[in-house]
Design a protein around this ligand. Structure first.
Ligand SMILES: C[S@@+](CC[C@H](N)C(=O)[O-])C[C@H]1O[C@@H](n2cnc3c(N)ncnc32)[C@H](O)[C@@H]1O
Length: 260
């Protein structure tokens, strides 16, 4: 059965904050990527994961379902989209966007807006080719995800639209606290839980019957040991490179000198 065609976060937003907790190791690396700054705008802030507390922060988020899940006392939030940021030029030191550019209706416009309102940009996204080859759930059970990701604003588009200074791998710990799509690479049975899958936008556009068939296959492979045989190399790993990347970019040459 096809899934309803509605904005994804009206469908999967409920319960988001429960599944998508900040992971402390990701938090350290994202905060290091943000570096020294006085002000930050968190675009598509969701429930506010990874927002730093040692600077002035403004969150931008279009979905009321997500805004309602921001903890009490978190940074002020403006209900707006990335494509039309209601701020003057260079209003912030840093513009942050975590796992969201692929949702924007006009990602080029949103990325230009990030360049306009901040001197630096820090974006968490993923290398779609690397992800398709190295994440066993997509490679072996749900290759349909690859077709859905084609054309989305992931690493290639983000890097092309900005002025990247550094692109860092963001490894996924075996016990990752943040329930992103590849979080459970070391705990395959977790994917059999519909509540776990419900917060994953990578699955939101996959037909229910395709997803159900993939989960039946995964369950069988876990029971008869096929998954364990095919993924024996993973058991020795405490973290995995599954393609998540942090892009650290500067708006223009004059700001490069400032932060050198
Ligand atoms: C995967 S969530 C990420 C939330 C948060 N950055 C995090 O890492 O927890 C993607 C977010 O993008 C937001 N979003 C979707 N389209 C958007 C747009 N055009 N402009 C701004 N945000 C958008 C959704 O409402 C959702 O909150």
């Amino acid at each position: 059965m096809s899934k309803p065609h509605q904005p994804i976060y009206d469908v999967i937003g409920n319960g988001y904050a429960r599944q998508r907790q900040a992971d402390p190791r990701w938090q350290r690396q994202i905060h290091a990527a943000i570096g020294a700054a006085d002000s930050l705008v968190n675009i598509s802030a969701g429930a506010g994961s990874y927002e730093p507390e040692n600077m002035r922060v403004v969150a931008v988020e279009p979905a009321a379902t997500m805004i309602q899940q921001r903890p009490l006392g978190s940074a002020p939030v403006v209900q707006a989209t990335a494509e039309q940021l209601p701020f003057p030029d260079k209003a912030f030191d840093v513009a942050l966007a975590i796992l969201t550019t692929h949702h924007w209706s006009d990602a080029d416009q949103g990325l230009q807006e990030m360049r306009r309102v901040a001197r630096r940009q820090v974006i968490v996204t993923w290398d779609a080719d690397y992800f398709a080859k190295h994440f066993w759930l997509v490679r072996d059970y749900l290759p349909q995800v690859v077709a859905h990701e084609k054309g989305l604003a992931t690493l290639n588009k983000v890097a092309a639209a900005l002025n990247p200074q550094r692109i860092e791998p963001l490894l996924v710990p075996a016990d990752c606290a943040d329930g992103v799509f590849a979080a459970h690479w070391a705990k395959p049975a977790a994917y059999l839980n519909p509540e776990v899958r419900a917060a994953m936008s990578g699955l939101a556009l996959i037909d229910d019957d395709v997803e159900a068939a993939a989960m039946r296959q995964l369950e069988q492979d876990l029971q008869d040991g096929t998954w364990q045989r095919n993924n024996a190399a993973l058991t020795a790993q405490v973290e995995a490179d599954l393609g998540y990347r942090i892009v650290i970019a500067e708006s223009d040459a004059s700001t490069l000198a400032k932060h050198a």
